[in-house]
Ligand binder design. Structure first.
Ligand code: DGL
Length: 272
């Protein structure tokens, strides 16, 4: 079996996997969550690169030819180094893709004012990857970013629907919008954030479009496989999905089942 690997620091990538499986149900998948070492968003470039590199190497060992970094922090801080340094040494025919580029491609058609906000982890905001990628395609768009360091811990600790989430979600949205009154589109630049959508909708003023990544990444992957038949034929199509976590299996089962609305069978593995 040659599954498509989907990697995230924790549960967030499940929001991407869910949309990918809707669009491409026939493929085989392996989901890997590095839950034991989440969050990545407050870690240094070197650490995120090393952790992500270990995860991709493991997914390659498990037979994946194509790996999606379903994590903005890993896409921002590790993708380029893995593509430039590691892939040529490991196997130049395999591929690793990120989630930032597919997300920004739509942005010009979403904003009318040309002022866009990005909510993401501290690491993603500090990397400057969103303004960089948006300006490559649409140099005229103004981009404001706001780090939301508490949002991933809220999700990872099953607090997405609690009062703490109200406090931090309203605070960070207000902080972002205060930086630029003309923002009319806000990218949720972290794959965990759709799990906070009820709270985000509650505090986002009407008229501001919330951009989530799942469908955008799924459509982009479909397009990629269509344009690369040599990769498409190497990915097996049995409709299976296996889940792996670096944390205790019971912990992943409890939370992931809630996010996916169905029971999941998960196995533990170690990254090193
Ligand atoms: N889902 C990851 C992202 O998209 C969360 C990063 C973290 O672990 O802090 O950035």
């Amino acid at each position: 079996m040659t599954p498509i690997g989907i990697f995230d620091s924790g549960y967030g990538g499940l929001t991407i996997l869910r949309e990918i499986r809707k669009v491409l149900p026939e493929y085989d998948y392996i989901y890997l969550g590095d839950n034991a070492r989440t969050p990545y968003g407050t870690r240094s470039f070197e650490v995120v690169y090393e952790f992500t590199r270990q995860a991709v190497a493991k997914l390659f060992d498990m037979g994946c030819q194509l790996v999606i970094l379903a994590c903005n922090t890993a896409s921002a801080k590790a993708l380029r180094s893995i593509q430039m340094i590691d892939l040529p040494q490991w196997d130049a025919n395999r591929r690793v893709l990120g989630v930032i580029r597919p997300t920004v491609e739509c942005i010009n058609s979403v904003t009318r004012t040309g002022h866009v906000g990005v909510l993401a982890t501290t690491g993603t905001i500090k990397s400057g990857s969103y303004p960089l990628e948006i300006h490559k395609l649409f140099p005229h768009i103004e981009v404001a970013g706001m780090a939301c360091p508490m949002w991933v811990p809220l999700v990872e600790n099953n607090e997405a629907h609690g009062d703490g989430a109200d406090y931090f979600v309203s605070k960070n949205i207000a902080e972002l919008l205060a930086t630029d009154k003309e923002i009319d589109a806000v990218i949720l630049g972290c794959t965990h954030y759709p799990l906070l959508l009820p709270k985000i909708r509650k505090y986002m003023p009407q008229g501001i479009t919330i951009v989530t990544q799942g469908e955008l990444v799924a459509d982009s992957l479909k397009d990629y496989l269509h344009r690369h038949p040599e990769m498409d034929t190497r990915c097996t199509k049995g409709g299976n999905c296996m889940y792996y976590t670096t944390e205790a299996e019971e912990k992943f089962v409890d939370s992931a089942s809630v996010f996916l609305n169905k029971p999941v069978d998960v196995r533990h593995l170690t990254l090193e």
